[in-house]
Design a protein around this ligand. Structure first.
Ligand SMILES: NC(=O)C1=CN([C@@H]2O[C@H](COP(=O)(O)OP(=O)(O)OC[C@H]3O[C@@H](n4cnc5c(N)ncnc54)[C@H](O)[C@@H]3O)[C@@H](O)[C@H]2O)C=CC1
Ligand SMILES: O=C(O)C(=O)Cc1ccc(O)cc1
Length: 290
């Protein structure tokens, strides 16, 4: 076996939605997996996953579905990850590796690491790829192509398990980046969690503006629609993210308030030169994103 060959005989996906389903499809397409077991709560979604060929068999029993797995991918909303891990860890086979795709890392590690036992490893992870859609029907094999996946091992993470999960994500098409969980949570608060909060706030602000008793959102076009696509994301997923990355998110929300207040003051006082500089600085930063 060459260094980059990855093959997993039995993969269990807990939460067969956009993230779990897309990983299963990517690994299947690469011929890197034997059997894929889909585990979830909603039977209709699991049946859809089976019908779409994302998984080979389905069960609502997380213990039964993961018992024989070599690799378990946890892809439920963030606040459910600890609960699922607590149920399955006592029953996993020796040598099993658990990894996850949760959008927040420090709290997930705090919830899962104390549950580990000898012979069961955990590699915390987060693919930086997604859409505003959810459920098995939203999954697609190329979601992770040319995207980054951040892994946040701790001092307890076994190097063999880390290497296995790195190879898994590379096989799915991603570039793997390793960093500590705190850094991950600060970066994600800035480039993902804050933008979602701003988009949700913007849609609420504009949507509640009904002074003229018109459904003004019907008039929205390019800019508003581009900017607010992510406000269509799953509310329970974003509730969990806001609840579990509070410190870093609050710091970024305060920073945003500061810049909005500066802009507001320049609009109020009619400071054309300052407005131009504000927009110019932002345009340069945005134009330079690769
Ligand atoms: N949506 C996105 O763009 C991204 C999401 N993530 C993270 O990935 C995870 C999954 O997100 P999505 O796939 O988008 O959500 P999803 O809603 O498409 O899929 C989650 C699945 O988990 C199932 N589930 C919920 N509670 C469960 C439980 N207790 N036991 C078993 N299954 C359960 C749901 O029925 C659903 O099918 C979340 O932690 C999210 O933060 C990470 C990167 C991108
Ligand atoms: O839809 C988009 O553009 C996203 O930003 C998707 C996304 C959502 C959550 C994550 O943790 C990572 C990526």
């Amino acid at each position: 076996m060459t260094k980059d060959t990855f093959y997993i005989p039995r993969l269990a996906i807990v939460g067969v939605g956009l993230i779990g389903g897309s990983l299963a499809l990517a690994l299947r397409e690469a011929g890197a997996v034997g059997e894929v077991i889909g585990i979830g709560r909603g039977l209709a979604n699991l049946e859809k996953a089976l019908e779409l060929g994302i998984v080979d068999r389905i069960t609502q029993d997380a213990v039964a579905g993961t018992r024989e797995a070599d690799l378990v991918f946890l892809a439920t909303p963030v606040c459910k990850l600890g609960e699922v891990a607590a149920a399955i860890i006592p029953h996993l086979k020796r040598g099993a590796v658990i990894t996850d795709g949760g959008s927040v890392k420090a709290q997930v590690i705090a919830a899962i690491e104390p549950l580990l036992r000898p012979g069961v490893s955990f590699v915390p992870g987060h693919p930086i790829a997604g859409t505003e859609k959810s459920g098995a029907e939203a999954a697609f094999a190329t979601l992770y192509h040319h995207r980054r996946c951040i892994l946040t091992p701790t001092q307890n993470t076994e190097s063999d398990a880390l290497e296995m999960v790195e190879r898994m994500w590379r096989t799915a098409g991603s570039e793997v980046v390793v960093m500590d969980a705190e850094k991950h949570d600060r970066i994600l608060a800035a480039i993902s969690h804050l933008p979602h909060m701003v988009a949700y706030s913007l849609v609420n602000a504009v949507g509640s503006y009904d002074r003229y008793e018109e459904n003004i959102l019907e008039y929205s076009a390019g800019g508003f629609r581009d900017f607010t696509r992510i406000a269509s994301s799953d509310p329970s997923m974003w509730r969990d993210i806001a609840l579990t990355n509070r410190a870093a998110l609050l710091e970024m929300m305060e920073r945003f308030e500061h810049f909005l207040a500066e802009l507001k003051e320049d609009v109020r006082s009619g400071e054309g030169e300052r407005l131009y500089e504000f927009f110019q600085r932002s345009k340069e930063l945005r134009d330079n994103i690769l």
